[in-house]
Design a protein around this ligand. Structure first.
Ligand SMILES: NC(=O)c1ccc[n+]([C@@H]2O[C@H](COP(=O)([O-])OP(=O)(O)OC[C@H]3O[C@@H](n4cnc5c(N)ncnc54)[C@H](OP(=O)(O)O)[C@@H]3O)[C@@H](O)[C@H]2O)c1
Length: 229
């Protein structure tokens, strides 16, 4: 498989951490790991010579920050927008800040990161957005997740919009709507529930899809789920 530069946003734990560890096993790839906790990522990935970790907080306007990081690394082949912000509260208790943060991290920050990445993707590449079954139209919905699931639905919609606007380019974007995988976020969303899929197993699917899926599909929203939730 050819050498790729792969940016993973939200790489310090859960599925993103598993993605870095899996993809970095191929020394031909260069992995760029982003999250707010750079010290943790340096501890986690210190043994990999092909992993570069940078601090990155999607809660701000991230376009300039992302551009600076991306220009420093040169060409990007794959961008995996994996970071996510969960709010789990009854609808009547959700605050303005909850809504703003959820939409900033899960939608606006992703769109700004993509704006910064496009010039470095040149004549092709694959952007994979990590959404949720909660944001997949027609799926079973769960009380408490209205801020989170609607923001993930917006991420699905962005995927379709981007693919239309960039259809003349070879940059392809797809969206994976994940079902339950055992992580800290899952434990917060569904306390006590045991997912049938580990973070590592989910990362296997995402990694394979990110490396190859763009040969066949563009602008698609795919459910990736064994269970409800
Ligand atoms: N696990 C599931 O069952 C499940 C189901 C459906 C969808 N998903 C989606 O899958 C993705 C990964 O989920 P996970 O379960 O692995 O979550 P997780 O364990 O909570 O990890 C979330 C990652 O996102 C990063 N992140 C959070 N806020 C950020 C911010 N403001 N700026 C930059 N990075 C930020 C975190 O890093 P720092 O805290 O270090 O910044 C962390 O690395 C998310 O998009 C989630 O919505 C997960």
């Amino acid at each position: 498989m050819s050498k790729k530069t792969i940016v993973i946003v939200g790489a310090s734990r859960g599925i993103g951490k598993a993605l870095v560890e899996l993809l970095a096993k191929n020394p031909a790839h260069r992995i760029v790991a982003l999250s707010r906790d750079v010290e943790k990522m340096e501890d986690l990935f210190g043994d990999f010579e092909n992993v570069l970790a940078f601090p990155f907080d999607l809660l701000h306007n991230v376009r300039d920050e992302a551009r600076t990081i991306f220009e420093g690394i040169g060409k990007i082949d794959i961008l995996i927008n994996n970071a996510g912000k969960l709010v789990n509260k009854p609808f009547s208790e959700i605050t303005h800040i909850d809504l703003m943060e959820c939409y900033q991290v899960n939608v606006i920050g992703v769109m700004e990161t993509v704006q910064a990445a496009i010039p470095l993707m040149g004549d092709g590449g694959h952007i994979v957005n990590i959404s949720s079954m909660g944001g997949f139209q027609g799926s079973v919905k769960f009380a408490g997740l209205s801020a989170y699931s609607t923001s993930k639905a917006a991420l699905c919609s962005f995927t379709e919009m981007f693919a239309e606007e960039y259809k003349e380019s070879n940059i392809r974007m797809n969206c994976l709507c994940l079902g339950a995988a055992q992580t800290e976020m899952l434990a917060e969303a569904f306390p006590g529930y045991e997912a049938p899929v580990s973070a590592e197993k989910m990362a296997e699917f995402i990694a394979n899809f990110a490396l190859t899926g763009d040969q066949w599909i563009n602008g698609k929203i795919l459910p990736v789920s064994l269970s409800t939730p």
